[in-house]
Design a protein around this ligand. Sequence first.
Ligand SMILES: [Fe+2]
Length: 445
Amino acid sequence: MSERNPPAPPESWTAETLAVRYDQVRDYTEWLAAPLSPEDQTVQSMPDVSPTKWHRAHVTWFFETFVLGPNEPGFAPYRHRYPFLFNSYYEGVGPRHPRAERGHLSRPGVHEVGDYRANVDERMRALIDRVDEGTLDKLAPVIELGFHHEQQHQELLLMDIKHVLSRNPLRPVYAGLPVPSAPPGPARWIDVEGGLVPVGHDGAGFGFDFDNEAPRHRVWLEPYRLADRLVTNGQWLEFMADGGYDRPDLWLSDGWAHVHEQDWRAPLYWSETAGVWVEHTLHGTWPVDPALPVCHISHYEADAFASWAGKRLPTEAEWEHGMTLHGADATAADATDRDSAPWHPRAARGIADGRLHQGFDTCWQWTASAYLGYPGFRPAAGAIGEYNGKFMSGQMVLRGGSALTPPGHVRPTYRNFFPPGARWALSGVRLADGGAPARVAGALR
Ligand SMILES: [Fe+2]
């Protein structure tokens, strides 16, 4: 495959379109892994990170377990012990290898993982080809969940290999070069009226949604404002120069504890060399570009920055409603080959057209909202119901999408989530003002 982005899925599934889409999604994973050596694909640089070859095998296990398992006559797993190695967190499916020890798996090697993928691909194609129309209607939603699951892992694969390569003093390059950027100018505010607004996926028409995006429901919003672009590295340097990481009045209590426990002085991939801040990216390590959006910051840092700026983070309902009304179209990645594709967020283009920019193709945006079920939410029955619902504790919602998100995998209702101290996702900040409560630095409380 020579293109970075698979085309969009069709309007409805037939055996033929399902098979075509299956190949597109599976090929894209292999295309992402292609520049990585067997050694690159084996390292686990921290417990949150999974080796590339584990991602390649785990997404295969997902199709094998949830599609082939219940539907293939005489089903048996490709290798008896692989489900133990490649089950991620599905308690209902059985025991599994500890997450933090995935880097110990020198075997199976990358080529054996390739054989596993090829075997499951062949069986999936055969299954799709031979089922009758009624069975296909039943299977298509699970197979489509497998597509979206694999797309989520495509972004994780890139997040994870970035961390792996960042731990190597040689600072290897994944692909490409940074793109020169002009300063985008100050953010402008977009006013949103608010009121009683709908939030969540309506389930109408064609379009995949995860169960955590439903049911659609109503939320009351006071009038508010959203910044039309994301906070930049230049603004973050001002925050740092103003003692942002040294002022407890800016920080949530848990965040201040993280600053000290983890010695946070700057975003995750920044380091200072001879008085110059540099940033590790998938393009290699480069001086911090003030025009680019800041990324790889925790929820705690995003919240502290907002307090320093006298603003706040948007709630997820504000983000979704504002983006639905005023979002500029997601600018899909404008390059298709590996060396010119944007593997790092790009600068805002400095236009002031009254719309919200950098919604889906730049950085995931932290919100002030805890990750909880919507009113009436019920996870699906069985192990597949473990996909989203069981993580609704101790995590914060991020909205949008990032430069690493596969195009076609974003929508205004999409709910990403991470613990508030996590920094290895491509996460950034869009400020809000008015409406909901804000914590203003120095206020008595
Ligand atoms: Fe997974």
